[in-house]
Design a protein around this ligand. Structure first.
Ligand SMILES: *Cc1c(COP(=O)(O)O)cnc(C)c1O
Length: 371
């Protein structure tokens, strides 16, 4: 079959709509190139790199509105490593998990596999829906996922009891509103909402989380050195990491946070823009008779990851194949969800105009595939 060529005037300026890794702003990459000779290939124990770690820590605290006394941990390994680190260093005995997709399920699997912990208390919901948070007697951690990237469902964290509230914010941070007084550990990788690269985790920690980390670290529990949150905390206080950090990742995330604050002024202003971008996608889907939002509850529909189901007559795989051939990338459904679906990253780095161009391109493809 000859490949369809989308008319140039319909194309977005930037074709990256993936849900992770997601669009890195070219201006941030240019900024890195300008400072490359003093940062890349230099010691992470010296001031230039430590200053970037500090810039990332301070920027995250400011953007997310960290209350007085909260600390920002930076560690190697991304959210996946943090799940294991938390199973070792933050869960005392038993965790409650809200499971409504792939990522929330992975943390539950990590605590379930830990022989030193009791079996987790899992409250789940069908993909596309979200569980309701309730008190969890006997649990000392409540594990939330602010944005379930695999399904495009948001679950705002709330405190319902005395347990520590741990929130995977990997796709949420910087794009969704958060009240950190409700949260003890707001942790995230940097390659999604923060427009950077993989490899690092940032965790904004409450005094209660810090106290838990220090108590468990001083206890008899065996903890592998790489996953030891106590030593991660010690290093973070010196703007360092236990082992070598991803320096480009650090710089690009710090740059993105500064750009968000400079161009929007506050997280609330970013979220208002996200609301408008998300509405444009969901409204577009509702108006097409061959598309509809996957998430039926409008309040649960993500402002950063849109999932749009397609009618049987229209193939998402075909559409994504044509999009890719035209430089529009990565809007495939989450592989294990197995739906005829488009999944669109609408993170803060993605322009509203480009999202409008995206939907125009999909309209054009649907029209021309039918020919
Ligand atoms: C992508 C993602 C992860 C995994 O991040 P890694 O950096 O690959 O470990 C975890 N949680 C959520 C919600 C994600 O979107």
């Amino acid at each position: 079959m000859p490949e369809l060529t989308i008319p140039r005037e319909l194309l977005p300026r930037d074709g990256r709509f993936g849900c992770g890794p997601s669009k890195v702003r070219p201006e941030a990459v240019a900024g890195l190139a300008r400072q490359a000779d003093v940062l890349l290939g230099t010691s992470h124990r010296q001031a230039p790199v430590r200053n970037q770690v500090r810039r990332l820590q301070q920027g995250a605290a400011t953007l997310l509105g960290a209350p007085e006394g909260y600390e920002v941990l930076v560690a190697v390994g991304g959210a996946t490593a943090f799940w294991d680190a938390a199973a070792f260093g933050l869960v005392d005995e038993r965790a409650r998990h809200y499971v409504f997709g792939e990522f929330s399920g992975k943390f539950a699997a990590a605590t379930a596999a830990a022989p030193w912990l009791d079996a987790p208390d899992v409250v789940d919901a069908e993909p596309g829906a979200r569980p309701v948070a309730t008190p969890a007697p006997g649990c000392d951690v409540q594990a939330f996922t602010h944005n379930e990237t695999s399904t495009g469902v948001m679950q705002p964290p709330v405190r319902t009891d005395d347990a520590l509230v741990l929130v995977d914010a990997t796709s949420a941070a910087g794009g969704l509103a958060v009240d950190l007084t409700q949260v003890d550990a707001y942790y995230f990788s940097l390659q999604k909402g923060l427009g950077s690269e993989g490899g690092l985790t940032v965790a904004v920690l409450s005094p209660a989380a810090v106290e838990r980390i220090e108590r468990i670290a001083a206890s008899q529990r065996y903890v592998p050195g790489f996953l030891d949150l106590g030593s991660a905390l010690d290093n973070s206080r010196k703007h360092q990491t236990l082992n070598t950090p991803a320096i480009a990742t650090t710089f690009l995330a710090a740059e993105q946070i500064e750009w968000l604050l400079a161009s929007f002024g506050s997280l609330d202003a970013v979220v208002a823009t996200q609301r408008a971008k998300a509405a444009s996608i969901y409204d577009w889907a509702v108006e097409r008779d061959w598309a509809q939002p996957f998430v039926s509850d409008p309040d649960a529909r993500s402002l950063v990851v849109a999932t749009v189901d397609l009618a049987e007559t229209v193939s998402a795989a075909e559409i994504n194949r044509v999009l890719r051939a035209n430089g529009i990338l990565d809007t495939d459904s989450y592989r294990k969800l197995g739906r005829n679906q488009l999944r669109i990253g609408m993170f803060p780095a993605v322009d509203a105009d480009d999202l409008a161009a995206y939907t125009a391109c999909v309209d054009w493809i649907v029209e021309h595939l039918a020919d």
